[in-house]
Design a protein around this ligand. Structure first.
Ligand code: PLP
Length: 407
């Protein structure tokens, strides 16, 4: 008899987006004349930057000719992209990351999921609440979390992000080994300062822990004092792995390209207590299980780093940030406490009500779809997330309707 991995049975069914879809469908069936504005999901809405489209076209043409055709590429990514990433995202900011520490992939979702394979299953994992659910669920599948009791997994150390700590969790009271951090944060939109992040790096050094730093929303940072990379923090190269993505800066959610930085200095320990570098482990894992991102997509990602690419990405993210500013202004004027939207495309609003009740109220009274915070964890209860990924006109209409419905 073949046994299954019973850890999968511990997963809590995620009804969040299907529940939202069901409620929206029911509303539309009852109110066919009303249009619904969706500010719920975290998917981008605007077309790819022109430089990326041109690079894609050119690369596809190369693929059509025997002389320029490319088959399997290097699993870690082509040098042209790894070098552009290291130069522009790190070295240009005074951060000493080399091209061979960059692993190109088809998504930060896969990378933040897969990275935990490098670590033993009997470690203590610290996960933020509320959270991008992938960090939690992949540790459930791997058997690190224990059972689900009273809304939480018994063996996970939850890092509560609340109004009290300005949505930046405090260091855990107990020793932990693997720490997930995400800034600018999904879902709260909160950011972390260099001093706050230094505390985490120091903690990781002291406790021989590793920080998994998800910087998928780095391109939305507008405050120059905020860290764009964890490697701007002293000592981070020894204890941190960073995840980046082209999904939200350049609109690659459907094109698929991201990368993970595993510095050569970054190490964990074997059962005998000897330091083991993580770079060769991740390299081995990546090469064994992944066959590279397609050549045209890597050329499109490389184009992001051209002068025109940088300008076009800035224009794209500025567009969404203008939406975020409008949401902050309008919802704030209605008297709600909120965070995010200044260095992030997400606005996290204290609805002063049950998350789903607030969701239903916005849908029924204003025809606007948001995401109930409770779907991201226990600490999300009472909040809703509004995403800036939509057209400015739709955000304006949504805010007008919310103002009329709630004023
Ligand atoms: N990390 C965070 C925090 C996200 O919110 C998302 C997507 O929404 C991802 C990673 C996934 O990024 P990718 O599209 O590169 O898989």
């Amino acid at each position: 008899m073949l046994s299954i991995n019973e850890n999968f049975l511990k997963l809590q069914a995620s009804y969040l987006f299907s529940d939202i879809a069901k409620r929206v469908a029911a509303f539309q069936a009852k109110n066919p004349q009303r249009d619904v504005i969706k500010l719920g999901i975290g998917d981008v809405t605007r077309g790819l930057p022109q430089v990326c489209v041109s690079a894609l076209h050119k690369a596809v043409d190369e693929m059509a000719e025997d002389a320029t055709f490319r088959g399997y590429g290097p699993e870690q990514g082509y040098d042209f992209l790894r070098e552009a990433i290291a130069r522009n995202d790190f070295q240009a900011r005074g951060v000493d990351i080399c091209a061979d520490e960059v692993f190109v992939s088809d998504g930060a979702k896969c990378d933040t999921s897969n990275i935990q394979e490098l670590f033993s299953t009997d470690i203590k994992v610290a996960i933020p609440d509320p959270v991008y659910p992938v960090y939690l669920d992949t540790n459930v599948m791997a058997g690190r979390t224990g059972g689900f009791v009273d809304g939480r997994y018994q063996s996970v150390v939850y890092l509560d992000s609340t109004q009290k700590n300005n949505f930046v969790p405090a260091l855990p009271a107990e020793d932990v080994d693997l720490i997930y951090l995400c800034f600018p944060n999904n879902p709260t939109g909160s950011t972390i300062t260099k001093d706050e992040l230094q505390l985490w790096v120091d903690y990781a050094k002291q406790n021989k822990a590793i920080i998994l730093f998800d910087a998928a929303y780095e391109a939305f940072i507008r405050d120059d004092s905020l860290p764009r990379s964890i490697y701007e923090i002293d000592g981070a190269k020894d204890v941190a792995i960073e995840f980046r993505s082209f999904s939200k800066n350049a609109g690659f959610t459907g094109t698929r390209c991201a990368y993970t930085v595993v510095p050569k200095d970054c190490a964990a320990y074997d059962s005998g207590g000897a330091r083991q570098a993580l770079h060769p482990l991740w390299n081995r894992r990546h090469c064994t299980k992944f066959n590279g991102v397609s050549y045209p997509v890597q050329r499109a990602a490389e184009a992001v780093y051209s002068d025109a690419g940088k300008a076009q990405v800035r224009e794209l993210t500025d567009y969404y940030m203008r939406n975020a500013e409008l949401v902050r202004k309008e919802i704030g004027a209605l008297g709600y406490d909120l965070v995010g939207g200044e260095n992030s495309p997400y606005i996290w609003i204290d609805g002063k009500a049950n998350s789903w009740d607030f969701f239903d109220m916005l849908l029924n009274r204003a025809g606007v779809v948001c995401t109930p915070g409770a779907g991201f964890g226990k600490c999300g209860e009472g909040y809703i997330r509004i995403s800036a990924f939509n057209s400015y006109e739709n955000v304006e209409r949504a805010m007008r309707r919310i103002r009329e419905a709630l004023a």
